[in-house]
Design a protein around this ligand. Structure first.
Ligand code: NAD
Length: 332
């Protein structure tokens, strides 16, 4: 199988290059993202392998189909960036549904601990021997209430972590997991009662802006919010207004609505044109990271293994256990 690999970073090659050889695949690594302007690079390949800030719309599906590209190999769990419906009967989409839920959940808790206890600020202060504690006071998480939105693999890992901190846990999921020992409540109740809200649901037409002006109004004063799922779960304008009004104790964003083309790139020498992102950076209680919740050795290795196993299964007519269906309405 010949695979065109897009949005390649040095850390992708560490595992994909040697593993690709093991499977006997030819992988061509392109650094450019996969988008309308670069799609012609896929000609002559059997599959394209893409990441979260690449996208495939209906027009691109048709182009890939005409080029006889048979598969889209997603190096991610989320698939909101691909028009799944348009791909039906044309191209097989395979994803990595689970690689290390703990990697993302641990990162989410890390973000909360950082914004709550200002360790990012303390680090900078003490390097200059500024040992003052002014402005660095946080709150205990012990006996506070965590609200987990989405109780899939990552949400469940987050529930375990929150319980380890001695927190009460409320959960919301339209498809509650009966095996799970957790108190499910309505989204409204969760938003109103949680001291910490952590988002772990996929981006769909139902979840877009699940955090919006009205939900923010109903949240507790001083609430902590962390989003390690997809940026568009939060209405950024409403979030900024909430921050200006002093609603939040802290906000951790590993993902951002308009992250495509910015996250994963070094923009330090450029003028930042995204005014919302620039504004978010000015709040002392907001921590932004570049969609890196997944980024552990264990997760990267598992992503490479499952992505290539998916390709192997397709090539050899084996059951496609990680095929993306059309059960979820796709946004892009
Ligand atoms: P999962 O499929 O195991 O779980 C998702 C859960 O969300 C399911 O239980 C589902 O029922 C629930 N859900 C669906 N619609 C919902 C709604 N309207 N409201 C609340 N819950 C809803 O997925 P997962 O592996 O736990 O991943 C969750 C999300 O995390 C992914 O969709 C992806 O966007 C994101 N993610 C981010 C990173 C990162 O690096 N930051 C890495 C991996 C995954």
């Amino acid at each position: 199988m010949k695979i065109a690999f897009f949005s390649t970073k040095p850390y992708d090659k560490i595992w994909f290059e040697p593993m690709g050889k093991e499977y006997g695949f030819t992988i061509h690594f392109y650094e450019v993202p996969f988008q309308e302007e670069t799609i012609s690079l896929a000609r002559g390949f059997d599959a394209v392998c893409i990441f979260v800030n690449d996208y495939v719309n209906a027009r691109m599906i048709q182009q890939l189909y005409e080029m006889e590209v048979r598969a889209i190999l997603l190096r991610s769990a989320g698939f909101n960036h691909v028009d799944v419906k348009a791909a039906e009967d044309k191209i097989t989409i395979l994803r990595v549904p689970s690689y290390s839920p703990e990697a993302v959940a641990e990162f989410a808790m890390g973000m909360i601990l950082t914004v709550n206890r200002y360790t990012h600020k303390a680090y900078n202060r003490t390097r200059e021997f500024n040992m003052s504690l002014n402005g660095l006071m946080g709150v205990d998480l012990y006996q506070k209430t965590a609200g987990i939105v989405g109780t899939g693999k990552i949400g469940q890992a987050m529930i375990r972590i929150c319980r380890g901190f001695g927190m009460q846990v409320l959960a919301y999921d339209p498809y509650p997991n009966k095996e799970l020992d957790v108190e499910y409540v309505s989204l409204e109740q969760l938003m109103a009662e949680a001291d910490l809200i952590s988002l772990h649901c996929p981006l769909t037409s139902e979840t877009k802006h699940i955090v919006n002006r009205s939900t923010i109004d109903h949240m507790k004063q001083g609430v902590y919010l962390v989003n390690t799922s997809r940026g568009a779960l939060i209405d950024t304008d409403a979030l900024i207004d909430g921050l200006v009004a002093g609603k939040f104790g802290g906000v951790g964003l590993d993902v951002y609505e308009e992250e495509e083309g910015i996250f994963y790139e070094d923009k330090s020498g450029e003028i930042m044109k995204d005014e919302n992102l620039a504004r978010l950076m000015t709040f002392p209680n907001v921590l932004i990271t570049s969609h890196m919740g997944f980024f552990t050795k264990e997760a990267m290795q598992a992503i490479a293994r499952v992505t290539l196993d998916n390709a192997y299964a397709l090539e050899n007519g084996l059951p496609l256990v990680n095929k993306v269906g059309t059960e979820v309405v796709c946004l892009s």
